[in-house]
Design a protein around this ligand. Structure first.
Ligand code: ADP
Length: 170
């Protein structure tokens, strides 16, 4: 049974050990998936995030899930796409790796990711999907403690790119 799955869905509805939030460096909420997660989790999430004093792009921090079905939220600010010459690809790889490391350290066996950076941050989906799938597959190979990872895609077009990347890389 493959341990990486691509699904279509709303990440705020997933009953897993941890969902990942495509956050910004303030960790104080925003639009897109970040706004949806904060709305669904309730004000207690923002209160905990305030105590974290932000996060650098490519790194990650973990909080509780509060009113979400998920037990934890792992917040990671993805890179804004500026054409590819500013370390964007390495930073995106670092987002996925940092989140998975935090999941391992916190005993999270099931982890769901949104498509980091491919919304308002404009990272091209062809590149982002290959980086995400490649980084997750590499991590899973070395870390049996993570039982299952899913990419939760919010629309069919996004899902098609991740499906293609998974097919290419397995
Ligand atoms: P970024 O700023 O990192 O680009 P966005 O939130 O703008 O983050 O977009 C990242 C991806 O998350 C996009 O594919 C967007 O469609 C998707 N998204 C938005 N809301 C949800 C949700 N509730 N569940 C899963 N994915 C979502």
């Amino acid at each position: 049974m493959a341990r990486l799955e691509i699904i279509l869905g709303d990440i705020t509805r997933q009953d897993v050990d941890a969902i990942v939030n495509a956050a910004n460096c303030s960790l104080l909420g925003g639009g897109g998936v970040d706004g949806a997660i904060h709305r669904a989790a309730g004000p207690e999430l923002l209160a905990e995030c305030r105590r974290l004093h932000g996060c650098e792009t490519g790194k990650a921090k973990i909080t509780g899930g509060y009113r979400l079905p998920a037990r934890h939220v792992i917040h990671t600010p993805g890179p804004v796409w500026h054409g590819g010459g500013y370390g964007e690809e390495e930073l995106l790889r670092s987002c996925y790796r940092s989140c998975l490391e935090l999941a391992s350290e916190n005993g999270c066996e099931t982890v769901d990711f949104p498509s980091i950076s491919t919304g308002v941050y404009r990272f091209p989906l062809d590149k982002a999907s290959r980086i995400a799938v490649g980084t997750i597959l590499d991590y899973l190979e070395e870390h049996p403690e993570i039982r299952r990872v899913r990419m939760v895609c919010f629309d069919e077009r996004t899902k098609a790119w991740y499906d293609r990347a998974l097919e290419e890389l397995t």
